[in-house]
Ligand binder design. Structure first.
Ligand code: NAD
Ligand code: DAU
Length: 342
């Protein structure tokens, strides 16, 4: 196991006002209070400073676009950044089917700008937060390892795969000290309600139909976002530059079983389930082999799904105000476009 550790003095977190980014920022401030932390976020529909409200005064914030070279250059210089944790992205598969271009722009061009400016600035570590979706879809057996071929199917997954390749070209060409993490499906607090678990939760709480794609038997491998945050921290501090680390918690569920679990916990009837037209190119199954990060860095998921999902459901039940705000306006337009003709 790698025992050497890197100790950053000033980190820049892109996308820190989104779901996983805000959970990471909270975990980092708790665990490493002495380190300077700056969040760079464009505050798209998915980014929300309310997600960080309890941390006011403990981090610096820059509202800006990762595609804008000048903004990134200034952020790195003014905050004397030595480490970048790159979460910022367009992240929803369904939106990448409705409007793909912004995915390539943000996820590929934005990542390239982050890399180039970080290289020129001389950052010492760069963690690129990628996804298991770059590997495409699995059959009923086996799991993704870091050697699995890159075979994305949606414009979202393709844009993340392309960004991974740009990162790898910087590692090879410039000896740039980047590392890539590829995590499975996250759940937990502050997830935008367009994604499966919070969407089904909010619909069920409001006695609305639960739109299950296809036969509901697509399988996802769920990990609590706090376990993902701990993995990113571990990779940053103990990972080997140039390496890829898969992150998951061996917790596979067919979608329909998750939906039924949510209904049961809320005491709502299964008659709310509505099978709708499938997502195009819908990946059948994801499963992550995390043995490399467990063996080499000593990381392991710690939050059991029973506890994690119960806590998440209770969190959403207690956050009606936040939900009402993020689900207004743009979200309702999106919801209508995505679901009205399914
Ligand atoms: P999210 O959509 O909740 O948040 C994305 C954040 O990025 C938002 O705060 C948004 O404002 C910001 N952003 C978007 N475009 C930007 C731009 N041009 N400049 C600056 N900021 C911008 O996403 P998430 O679910 O928290 O995912 C974060 C990262 O983790 C993404 O890179 C995603 O690919 C990856 N990932 C997500 C999951 C998952 O299950 N959600 C799993 C594995 C990996
Ligand atoms: O695997 C990691 C990826 O997980 C991340 O890279 C992505 O950013 C994240 O969005 C997530 O992608 P998925 O497509 O797996 O997540 P989503 O929550 O959109 O869907 C999960 C499953 O639920 C998928 O099989 C599609 C299905 N689904 C989803 C929605 C929104 C439905 O059946 N109905 C729905 O309304």
């Amino acid at each position: 196991m790698n025992t050497s550790t890197f100790s950053p003095s000033s980190i820049l977190v892109t996308g820190g006002a989104g779901f996983i980014g805000s959970n990471f920022v909270r975990a980092w401030i708790e665990e490493r209070p002495a380190c300077r932390i700056t969040v760079l976020d464009k505050l798209t529909y998915a980014g929300n400073l309310e997600n960080l409200a309890d941390l006011e005064g403990k981090y610096s914030f820059i509202k800006g676009d990762i595609c804008d070279e000048e903004t990134v250059r200034r952020a790195l210089a003014e905050h004397e950044v030595d480490t970048v944790i790159h979460f910022a992205a367009e992240s929803h598969v369904d939106r990448s089917i409705l409007g793909p271009m912004v995915f390539t722009h943000t996820n590929v061009m934005g990542t390239h700008v982050m890399l180039e400016e970080s290289r020129k600035h001389g950052v010492k570590r760069f963690v690129h937060v990628s996804t298991d979706e770059v590997y495409g879809s699995l059959g009923p057996e086996g799991s993704f390892t870091e050697q699995s071929p890159i075979d994305p199917t949606s414009p979202y997954a393709a844009s993340k795969a392309a960004s991974d390749l740009v990162v790898q070209s910087y590692i090879k060409t410039f000896d740039f000290p980047a590392m890539i993490t590829r995590c499975s499906n996250n759940y937990g607090p502050w997830q935008f309600p367009e994604k499966l678990i919070p969407l089904m939760l909010t619909n069920a709480m409001n006695d609305r139909a639960l739109p299950v794609y296809g036969d509901g038997m697509n399988v996802r491998d769920w990990i609590h976002t706090r376990d993902h945050s701990r993995a990113v921290m571990r990779v940053l501090e103990a990972g080997t530059p140039g390496e890829v680390y898969n992150v998951g918690s061996s917790n596979e569920w067919p979608n329909i079983d998750i939906v039924k679990l949510i209904l049961k916990t809320l005491g709502k009837p299964e008659s709310l389930i509505t099978y709708v037209k499938d997502r195009p190119a819908h990946d059948r199954r994801y499963a992550i082999d995390s043995s490399k990060i467990e063996r080499e860095l000593g990381w392991k998921a710690e939050i059991g799904f029973d506890d994690g999902i119960a806590e998440t459901i209770a969190w959403y039940q207690s956050k009606q105000d936040w939900l009402a705000r993020v689900m207004s306006g743009e979200y309702m337009e999106y919801y209508d476009k995505q679901y009205s003709e399914r």
